[in-house]
Design a protein around this ligand. Structure first.
Ligand code: ZN
Length: 158
């Protein structure tokens, strides 16, 4: 067996192992291209690196992520997600700073002093929960900051 035919045999078995999760039909390796996204944790559309090829189903015209691609993608997506959280948290903090001081906001959220300025300068890794909370506050800062201050000032029933 020449090395060429061995290669094509292994490429063939790789292709045969790929089945469309939608229709179960045979899938093929798609071409790498920009503009594709995947759901990642709480993020609806995280961009897939342009040089990664995804299997696609010619019948359903969908691309999907198989376990092998998933293993390659995982560290890349993890890093991209981390950067998205860093970027989103900066946008929310900047919006909130027009209505409350950094220190007051840290106290209100129970964060350690200086943490928000670290996040603002692109350091640290904010949790998705913190990014969510800050996004909600930044959506209606005056009303929601007042609401949260009241919440922490009042005793809880029960
Ligand atoms: Zn299909």
């Amino acid at each position: 067996m020449s090395s060429e035919s061995r290669e094509s045999a292994s490429a063939q078995s790789q292709t045969a192992a790929l089945a469309c999760p939608h229709c179960g039909g045979p899938a093929v390796r798609g071409r790498p291209r920009p503009g594709r996204t995947v759901r990642y944790r709480n993020l609806a559309a995280l961009p897939v690196p342009a040089d990664i090829s995804l299997p696609s189903c010619p019948r359903c015209r969908i691309e999907f992520v198989d376990p092998e691609t998933q293993a390659r993608l995982q560290p890349l997506l993890h890093e991209a997600y981390r950067r998205v959280l860093q970027q989103r948290v900066r946008v929310s903090i900047d919006a909130l700073m027009r209505h409350i001081s950094q220190r007051k906001l840290e106290l209100l959220l129970g964060l350690s002093q200086g943490y928000l300025s670290r996040l603002r300068s692109g350091g640290g890794n904010p949790s998705p929960e913190l990014v969510s909370n800050l996004a909600l506050l930044a959506g209606d800062p005056v009303a929601r900051l007042a609401e949260l201050e009241r919440y922490w000032a009042e005793p809880v029933a029960g």
